[in-house]
Write a protein of this length. Structure first.
Length: 211
């Protein structure tokens, strides 16, 4: 195959295929607006923010399995329905408690990585990199868990999705206030074309002040 043919066969970004990156199976339905939907939303966020590779439906099945195991053991040991019910509830809560602990640890690590990440973005901007390119380079240099959390946004941009749409779910995926501030700042830049370096420098100062 000649070089010219290879160039003609280069795959172009296709935004309509970006949804194939979403491997989550959330239970929440934002349009419902019910108490059950809000609870499902909290459950979905807990799973996403914990960093587990399991999808929400797998975690739910694990909760049910844990509850059945504990309640079965309690019934065999006591033959008391009250203790069986208590064991069922506690068993179902154990996986959720583990996710809460994992989320807290992950968020502490990401909070510690945010100043370096923002500084990396500012450095890329000073070198003349565009926002999308700067995000890709900085995310590649950022270790887990923050780099991993930003990975899906970078993949979407590679497929032709705009910066704003690619990063809009980062605050929910991480649960970080500083990430919400960063996404808001980058969205403002993407819409208005304001000075990215000055914007990131102010953001870095704000994050350091919070620390």
């Amino acid at each position: 195959m000649t070089t010219g043919t290879a160039n003609r066969l280069r795959i172009e970004p296709r935004p309509e295929f970006a949804k194939i990156l979403r491997d989550e199976q959330p239970f929440a339905r934002p349009e419902a607006g019910t108490v059950a939907s809000r609870l499902n939303g909290r459950f979905d966020r807990l799973v996403a923010q914990s960093g587990t590779a399991a999808s929400p439906d797998v975690v739910l099945r694990l909760c049910i399995l844990s509850g059945v195991t504990f309640s079965g053991a309690a019934f065999v040991a006591t033959e008391n329905l009250l203790w069986t019910a208590v064991a069922l509830a506690l068993g179902m809560l154990i996986p959720l408690a583990a996710l809460c602990v994992a989320r807290a640890r992950r968020q502490r690590k990401m909070e510690g990585q945010m100043p370096v990440f923002v500084a990396g973005l500012a450095g890329a901007a000073r070198e003349g990199r565009g926002l999308a390119h700067g995000l890709e380079l900085t995310a590649a240099d950022t270790p887990t868990p923050l780099g991993e959390a930003i990975g899906p946004a970078v993949q979407r941009m590679r497929m032709g999705i705009g910066v704003e749409a690619a990063i809009e779910d980062l605050p929910e995926r991480t649960g970080l206030t500083s990430m919400q501030v960063l996404v808001t700042a980058l969205t403002v830049h993407d819409r208005t074309g304001c000075d990215l370096v000055a914007l990131l420098d102010r953001l870095a100062n704000r994050i350091h002040a919070r620390d």
